[in-house]
Ligand binder design. Structure first.
Ligand code: NOJ
Length: 542
């Protein structure tokens, strides 16, 4: 738990932990996690692990075409996850433990089974017609423009009832809401108030910048080749196009200013973080507005970084340089859409990544299971669930969404022993689980616990400045975190070789990924292969 600092809003110093609720804890024995399961595990989160806030992926009423990111009622809980009463209990219990609760909010699209869409599609004159994005076919009957669905194919589906096309940036079962309609906007802001009234502390906003598109529906141009060789991933052909007209229209900023006013109607520093995959730093930073839009856009830069000292430094410096004075940084290494960190970088580097995540400047978000080094699970074809995979083979996100193994016993403490979970456990769940790692002093879980403890008590780490250290051996990244009271030096060896570097004459070792490290000499440190460590150089060290 981070030491409270009354001069800073809670979300600046908090460590956030993302829960994918289907996979955290099942209390009903149906193989799918639920809200009561999260409540049962709050002691683990606050006391055993020591995080400050949880972000819970969607648990609203949903036909589950996209596992909850297709919302059929923004103001209720899907029976698979429990009830509103269960949510209220979860929230009260979390708050009793000083844990903040951030919920997901999905404003770009609803489910096609949402009553708004059912009404909207029923006739051209429906009062809700304009709540979604409808367009006529072109003269030749073809789709209104060349916009693509991220989940494959055209972003337009023809609806026979009224002979128009509706827009869906994702699945056809996820029609896009029309944020240019004032009634829709008001109704969506009321869904925020519904959860704010219940006491939630903030929102993670799904594909936040998608909500405003070009009102003229201009065709998108083909994408230029990536200019700097980074930030370019193929999404099965989606990235052939530069989607400039289908998302992020400049009018989005006015909506976020209004959204911020809604949050500011409430006391307690209610928080917003937008899922914004934009890799042009200036454009990305524009979502902070003048301190009057989102509290922060998620920074996904490290998720897609090579594991290299130079590359990580370049990205963190890019962020720091782009940040407006009122902006607070954040870092994340994984989520429910990305390949697991331990698979991307390997188990040893995953430990060093833990050190980085929890010592860089800004709000860190951890993804459930990363604290035990869960690798990507190889989900066999017959067990696959992700709709993206069914439309664009190779895009499955199932491997990073598998159930949390709590114990080695059958069912792994996640569900009843005889129940088949909605996605399979990884092969090594018998060995790699919370219980086993708690009893192993050298486990990655115990590393995370120590890191959280150190970060929470050291003000330099949770609110200090950051300055990179030059003149380190190749492949070593180093930075100093400092505030008025203390300094912390962090060194990360990205290589497989031992590296020597000089240090202040006197210092204290705070933590190392090598939990067996027996000592550390004055004046010089030998960093083992893939080792990351933090030291306290004392107040006056240079
Ligand atoms: C982004 C979410 O993170 C992802 O899981 C979801 O499929 C899409 N948005 C559509 O809502």
């Amino acid at each position: 738990m981070t030491t409270a600092d009354s001069t800073l809003e809670w979300w600046k110093t908090a460590v956030v932990y993302q829960i994918y609720p289907r996979s955290f804890q099942d209390t009903t024995g149906n193989g799918t996690g639920d809200l009561n399961g999260i409540t049962e595990r709050l002691a683990y989160l606050s006391d055993t692990l020591g995080v400050d806030a949880v972000w819970i992926s969607p648990f609203y009423t949903s036909p589950m075409a996209d596992f909850g990111y297709d919302v059929a009622d923004y103001c209720d809980v899907d029976p698979v996850f429990g009830s509103l009463n269960d949510f209220d209990r979860l929230l009260a219990e979390a708050h009793r433990r000083d844990l903040k609760v951030i919920v997901d909010w999905v404003p770009n699209h609803s489910s096609d089974l949402h009553r708004w869409f059912v009404e909207s599609r029923s006739s051209l004159t429906s009062p809700k017609r304009d709540w979604y994005v409808w367009q006529d076919a072109k003269i030749d009957g073809s789709v209104p423009n060349n916009w693509q669905s991220m989940f494959g194919g055209s972003a337009w589906t023809f609806d026979e009832t009224t002979s128009q096309y509706y827009l869906h940036s994702f699945l056809p079962e996820q029609p896009d809401l029309n944020w240019r309609n004032a009634d829709l906007k008001a109704a969506m802001f009321d869904t925020l108030r519904f959860w704010l009234d219940r006491g939630v502390d903030g929102f993670r906003i799904d594909v936040a910048h998608f909500i405003m598109k070009d009102p003229d529906f201009t065709d998108n141009p083909l994408a230029a080749a990536p200019t700097d060789g980074i930030e370019f991933r193929s999404f099965g052909g989606y990235d052939k196009w530069d989607h400039i007209h289908a998302k992020g229209h400049a009018d989005v900023h006015a909506v976020f200013r209004d959204l911020r006013s809604v949050l500011d109607e409430y006391s307690g520093d209610r928080f917003s973080v937008g899922e914004i995959h934009i890799f042009n730093w200036d454009e990305w930073a524009s979502y902070y507005g003048d301190g009057d839009e989102l509290h922060m856009p998620f920074n996904f830069s490290l998720v897609w970084s090579d594991w290299s000292a130079a590359e990580i430094r370049r990205r963190v410096e890019g962020l720091e340089a782009a940040l407006p004075t009122h902006g607070w940084p954040n870092h994340v290494f994984g989520n429910h859409d990305e390949q697991r960190l331990a698979t991307r970088y390997g188990h040893r580097n995953a430990r060093a990544a833990a050190v980085l995540l929890l010592t860089l400047r800004g709000q860190p978000t951890m993804y459930y299971g990363d604290e035990i080094g869960l690798p990507e699970t190889d989900v066999p074809p017959e067990r696959r669930q992700d709709p993206w995979e069914f439309r664009v083979p190779g895009m499955s996100r199932d491997g990073c969404r598998t159930p949390m193994p709590w114990t080695a016993a059958p069912g792994h403490g996640f569900s009843d022993p005889g129940t088949e979970p909605w996605l399979p456990f990884g092969e090594d769940a018998g060995r790699r689980n919370v219980e086993a790692q708690l009893s192993d002093p050298a486990s990655i879980l115990n590393l995370y616990r120590q890191l959280l403890q150190i970060r929470g008590t050291r003000s330099s780490l949770h609110k200090g400045s950051i300055e990179f250290i030059d003149d380190l051996p190749d492949g070593v990244l180093g930075f100093v975190r400092a505030d008025a009271d203390e300094r912390t030096i962090v060194l990360v060896n990205f290589t497989e070789e031992t590296k020597r570097t000089s240090t202040p004459d006197e210092f204290t070792l705070l933590i190392s990924t090598d939990q067996q490290r027996s000592g550390i000499g004055p004046g010089v440190i030998r960093l083992g292969p893939n080792e990351a460590l933090a030291i306290d150089p004392g107040p006056s060290a240079g």
